[in-house]
Design a binder for this molecule. Structure first.
Ligand code: OAA
Length: 163
């Protein structure tokens, strides 16, 4: 993958126009893939990971699951079992505006994972949330189908494929 630094340097016009967006540097990294890219499949949930599981149960076709968890640091939205599911079903990565758990298990998964922090508690499972809508990672908008580029230097969201 082209480094996020190079993508930024080559696309200053798009950053100025807002069609390429740089997410604030708020994430920690888990999973073996420290670099990943793909189109966004979006979820908006709050302290309930039912939709995260149902999305990861489907074929990811190389996409990145973008989970807007509202920034909650009160429970985890992804754990070891969901990491294994992501590997099995061809997801390139998972970006969570919220927390994860079972981080030792997540680190043995191939999928790339970014989240705010580790948290030991599981979430509720009431089936509440929205799929395939515009979401936010902190102050950065992510629309379904946007291109997501992630590496050791950051997380980029683009309206178009830049690679
Ligand atoms: O099911 C959950 O809430 C998340 C979890 O712990 C796992 O994926 O193993």
């Amino acid at each position: 993958m082209i480094p996020t630094t190079d993508i930024c340097d080559a696309n200053e016009d798009k950053i100025a126009a807002g069609t390429l967006r740089v997410v604030a540097p708020i994430f920690k990294s888990w999973g073996k893939s420290t670099q990943f890219m793909g189109q966004a499949h979006t979820l908006k949930v709050f302290e309930d990971n039912s939709l995260v599981r149902s999305a990861l149960e489907k074929d990811g076709r190389g996409k990145v699951l973008v989970v807007d968890g509202g920034g909650s640091t009160r429970c985890a939205l992804v754990g070891g079992n969901l990491g294994l599911l992501a590997d099995k079903n061809n997801w390139a990565g998972i970006v969570v505006y919220g927390c994860v758990r079972d981080t030792l298990e997540l680190n043995s998964c191939q999928v790339g994972i970014r989240a705010l922090a580790a948290h030991p508690m599981k979430s509720q499972k009431r089936g509440v949330g929205h799929e395939n809508i515009d979401v936010a990672l902190d102050f950065t908008v992510v629309r379904p189908g946007d291109w997501v580029y992630v590496d050791e230097d950051g997380v980029l969201i683009s309206d178009t494929n830049l690679i």
